[in-house]
Design a protein around this ligand. Structure first.
Ligand SMILES: [Fe+2]
Length: 442
């Protein structure tokens, strides 16, 4: 007789979220022609087949093995697919595709992992004593959704004929060009991070809460567009030594970087390399660029990238002195607030979602592209690595990564929370990340 499982509501909600997250990553893999699975679209990263196994191996190692103590059925895959690569220094990976297992074997491993993880989620297996299941399941879900984004930008770099176009939400049409200005932000407090008493899930680097006094400053009302970045390029921005740090200049010359990664020059015209098509460069959409390129632009314009506290102040502060949960208030993120939650594959024109403006009238601080800050990624006072994922953040507290805030078209809504932080190396060009500039008030 089949056993009837009684699910408590939070377990049921987590099971629902897990299956929605799996649907997202399954859908993502379905845009690949089968041959593309063994490609390595970004030289510093694994071949794509790794990620097909990684999502399930991560769930296996975290949930089945660590929280439930279940014996492995495929220890070799659990290990092979356990960890990705952060491209720090050293040589590039160069193993042949033939080193990797057959996709069918990986898919069958995945299926079996899912069945066991589902039993764990449904209460059909007994966890080990002391297991914090709520946190474990949240970690697995957000880990998967983060990969739904990082995989999208990996797939973005593939040749177009290796992808099967998928639909996205329509691009909103603007009544007119938005008015660009430098929004004045008065002196006030910004709350970074979150308290351990606050309900809900957070990654280790989001703790503890940190209140920071931020002096008055001004910030661009909108993200820097491809059009403005083109002005920088036409003004010789990539050739002016004074705009680049020593490390950035050396990197730019060594790699031959002459324009943003998402741009393409053909017959004297600039094109945008979209997920499924090349289009004339959308001058009114945010530029996606590396931290090094963003910093050079900021210097060229006589300004700087905002710090992490400045970003918080512009996004969540209010003229009355309080702070908001989201730039627009406390309403849960929805389609009217911005271009996020995996509803589109590419950026939309700036200013298309006025309902998402912050209390200071600053546009799109969440969605349509992460935003680089000038803040080096580091722990807040009281930081403790999570014992189930020790290296999640701590491996990157090396002074070589910068904080990004906000979110991109491919960022799931749950990670748009105020305390969420993203981080990358300054020369990494593939992320859906742009920027805006900040400076003194005029
Ligand atoms: Fe991962």
């Amino acid at each position: 007789m089949a056993r009837t499982l009684i699910l408590d509501p939070s377990r049921q909600a987590l099971a629902g979220r897990m299956s929605a997250a799996r649907a997202q990553t399954d859908e993502l893999f379905s845009i690949l022609q089968p041959r593309a699975l063994y490609e390595r679209p970004i030289p510093e990263r694994h071949r794509l087949i790794f990620y097909l196994g990684h999502l399930e191996a991560f769930d296996w190692n975290l949930i089945a093995r660590r929280a439930f103590g279940i014996e492995p059925f495929h220890a070799a895959f659990d290990k092979l697919f356990a960890f990705g690569i952060d491209p720090i220094g050293g040589g590039l990976p160069d193993e042949p595709a033939s080193d990797w297992p057959d996709a069918a074997a990986v898919r069958s491993y995945n299926q079996r992992v899912r069945a066991i993880v589902d039993e764990c989620l449904a209460g059909g297996r007994a966890p080990l004593e002391g297991a914090d299941l709520e946190t474990t399941f949240h970690m697995a879900i957000e880990h998967r959704l983060m990969h739904a984004e990082t995989l999208a930008y990996l797939f973005h770099q593939l040749p177009l004929d290796t992808k099967i176009p998928a639909a996205g939400a329509p691009v909103p049409v603007l009544a007119g060009a938005p008015r660009l200005r430098e929004a004045p932000i008065p002196e006030g407090d910004a709350t970074l991070g979150r308290s351990r008493e606050e309900p809900g899930f957070g990654w280790d680097n989001e703790f503890e809460e940190l209140r920071v006094r931020v002096p008055a400053f001004s910030i661009d009302s909108h993200k820097v567009t491809n059009g403005r970045f083109l002005d920088f390029m036409r003004d010789g921005g990539y050739e002016r030594r004074d705009l680049w740090s020593d490390a950035a200049w050396e990197w730019k010359n060594r790699e031959g970087v002459k324009h943003p990664q998402f741009w393409l020059e053909r017959d004297g015209a600039w094109l945008y390399r979209g997920m499924f098509a090349e289009t004339p460069l959308p001058l009114d959409a945010p530029v996606y660029a590396s931290h090094a390129e963003a910093s050079a632009f900021a210097r060229w314009s006589g300004r700087a990238l905002p710090t992490e506290p400045q970003f918080h102040r512009a996004a969540f502060g209010t003229p009355e002195g309080g702070e908001r949960e989201y730039p627009w208030g406390s309403e849960a993120p929805s389609a009217k607030h911005g271009n996020f939650d995996l509803s589109r594959w590419d950026p939309t024109p700036i200013g298309a979602f006025p309902a998402g403006d912050s209390a200071f009238g600053v546009s799109e601080l969440v969605g349509n592209g992460w935003e680089w800050t000038s803040s080096v990624f580091g722990p807040f006072p009281g930081f403790r690595p999570h014992p189930d994922y020790e290296g999640y953040s701590a491996n990157f507290f090396d002074g070589e990564h910068f904080v990004q805030k906000g979110g991109s078209p491919r960022t799931a809504a749950c990670m748009l929370r105020r305390s969420f932080r993203n981080w990358f190396q300054p020369h990494y060009r593939y992320v859906y990340a742009g920027f805006r500039t900040a400076g003194p008030q005029s």
